[in-house]
Ligand binder design. Structure first.
Ligand SMILES: [Zn+2]
Ligand SMILES: [Zn+2]
Length: 339
């Protein structure tokens, strides 16, 4: 089995296990491919997370991110070389963030600077209007507020930012496609026509629904659906893949990223190319919720083929297909030690 997206406590301050322990766990679980994708450091101090503000001087805090990334690159290369005859293949990449256009350009410089080491990037959006949306509820609420307290506007901002990022970076793997759903309150009342958040329900207005009663937020608004399709077609045009990311399941959401509605559109407009990722930050999170993900892949979105990244013998990285029967009958799933 494979994971195309991981972090560790050695180089990410929200990670909690040393990179070497995570590598040992990946090998213990007979992972065939484990991608090491630490975050590109952020350039602007306003995007530092609380755990990264250890020093009163933000220049020091930003420099630490930069130094950590340089150490990660050296360590990852060492792992790849030392373990080349082991059971697991390591591919070194990075997760880029599209906090704003300046950060996207910075990520692009990084990919060029480290082009001999970083073989691909996971392209992610973690902010809307500069506010982090996968950190905590308070920030998510602020992001909604900054979108005119309108859920449709919030989704439009998210997918338009994603489009800018994919146009500039053409990430081989597009990360957690619908991460905005992490803190989306299921009881949030919205006007299902306009997207406006409704703070007090007026029982005479049948258009006001709780989020949980809207079957698909993507298909509910034509404008949203159209830009999701636009993004998927663009990803298809350069041969990108979407990840099925199990971190949503470990955080107790009903579905992994992306949800079924988006997967259906990806089958139609993006060649149905999916890879599997745990987005692990600790030993316990390596291959976490993979059995639920397999059920989702086989029985819910009903894929005939899964993909994984492979660099052959040092060739350019490619997404290679595996027929679903081969995928689901892999020895990996028979292990009793899966988390
Ligand atoms: Zn991410
Ligand atoms: Zn990540």
């Amino acid at each position: 089995m494979h994971s195309h997206h991981s972090h560790s406590g050695s180089y990410s301050q929200h990670g909690s296990s040393p990179l070497d322990s995570m590598i040992e766990q990946a090998e213990k679980l007979h992972m065939k491919t484990f991608c090491l994708t630490e975050h590109v450091p952020r350039r602007n101090a306003k995007y530092l997370y609380p755990e990264e503000k250890n020093n009163s001087d933000d220049c020091v805090n930003l420099d630490r991110l930069y130094q950590d990334f340089n150490k990660f690159v050296i360590h990852a290369q060492w792992i790849k070389k030392e373990r080349q005859n082991g059971p697991t293949k390591y591919i070194i990449g990075t997760e880029i963030e599209s906090c704003d256009e300046d950060q996207i350009m910075y990520a692009k410089e990084f990919m060029t600077k480290y082009s001999d080491v970083l073989k691909f990037c996971v392209g992610s959006v973690h902010h809307i209007n500069g506010v982090p949306i996968d950190f905590d509820q308070e920030n998510w609420d602020l992001a909604l507020k900054s979108s005119n307290n309108n859920l449709k506007d919030m989704l439009l901002s998210y997918f338009n930012d994603q489009f800018k990022m994919i146009q500039t970076m053409k990430p081989l793997v597009v990360g957690h496609f619908d991460v905005y759903k992490l803190f989306l309150p299921q009881n949030l009342l919205v006007n299902s026509l306009t997207g406006d958040v409704v703070f007090e329900r007026n029982h005479t207005d049948n258009n006001v629904l709780a989020v949980k009663d809207i079957p698909s937020l993507i298909n509910n608004w034509d404008e949203v659906r159209e830009i999701v399709i636009r993004n998927l077609k663009f990803i298809d045009s350069y041969g990108g893949v979407l990840e099925i990311n199990t971190s949503a399941l470990r955080k107790k959401l009903a579905e992994p990223y992306p949800s079924k509605d988006i997967c259906e559109l990806a089958k139609q407009y993006c060649g149905g190319r999916f890879v599997l990722s745990d987005d692990s930050h600790s030993v316990e999170q390596v291959a976490v919720c993979y059995r639920e993900a397999l059920d989702y892949i086989v029985n819910v979105i009903k894929l005939n083929t899964m993909y994984y990244l492979d660099d052959g013998d040092g060739e350019k990285l490619k997404a290679l297909p595996i027929p679903i029967d081969e995928y689901k009958n892999d020895f990996f799933w028979k292990q009793s030690c899966l988390p």
